[in-house]
Design a protein around this ligand. Sequence first.
Ligand code: DAH
Length: 342
Amino acid sequence: MQEELNNLKNQAIAAIMEAKSVAELEQIRIDYLGRNGKITTEIKKIKKLKPDEKKNVGRLINEAMSTLAKTLAEQKLSFSQSAKHWFDATIPGEKPALGHLHLVTQAATEVTAIFEKIGFTRVRYPEVEWDWYAFEALNMPQGHPARDEWETFFINLPEDKKYGKVVLTPHTSSGQIREMERVKARPPIRMINIAKCYRRQSDATHVPMFHQFEGLVVDKGINITNLKGTLDYFGKKLYGSKSVSRIRPFNFKFTEPSFEVDFRCVHCDGKGCKFCKSGWHEVGGAGMVHPNVLKAGGIDPGVYSGFAFGWGLERVYLLKPGLNINDIRTVYRTNLAYLEQL
Ligand code: DAH
């Protein structure tokens, strides 16, 4: 019996060494160690043995089983390692995951391209700005109640005699005055200013840091029809050829007259749906540049006139068909699974 066992063990080891695949190894395991394997059946014979033989044979079987299990495992490992080292140059490579631009960057790029086609140039002005550019020069003097709308963050720095406090720009309109200064009293101006803006606000439709794009056109003979034509052109380019714009009277201190701008809902063609409710989407403000603002920017309102508009970039972009985003905060969370869809 003991010799038989040793022979079985040696046979099994020889078979393992000759095996050429993991499948063959598995077959050997079944043949020897499986439920009806050659060694397993030996165990069943133990109970017929005399007590002093039982002990010896038991130990031998245990030893044979663990040696075989170990040898099998080693061979299996060496197969998998050699498979790893073998390089098959004909297997197609694994593509590295490709990222894409964030939704807000996509929006800024698309809006810029639309306006560049009609002669606008994208500009950038400071995010940390003087009160003068953000309010005062825009016809909103110190203490004017209209300022409350802008829920401004102030920077803890000494005030300047002329420029006042330092703020985080609450709107891109501050770029209007910077742009007027840049042309040194000599329009034309066709600017598109896309930038971060900051306000103390946070809910489903507002975040403390967001983006606006500000258009400003100043030249001789600019009037409301130029503004309306620009709005219609923009709507058709961004939302599709069926887009229609609408202006409603409103009040801003830096424009006269002032308007709120709506685009007809692209989901229901203005019939009214759960997305727009009224058939129209409000995107932001616009108007004819107030003479006081032109003056503050060093431009003669007797010679030049202009129009301006300023809208939330996220807001305008999220109205595009296919982007059903009703909580703006999700755009700024770092949930990759979500962002990758956009
Ligand atoms: N700056 C305004 C805001 O943040 C939006 C705005 C309204 C900009 C009218 C304009 C304008 O240029 O003409 O609410």
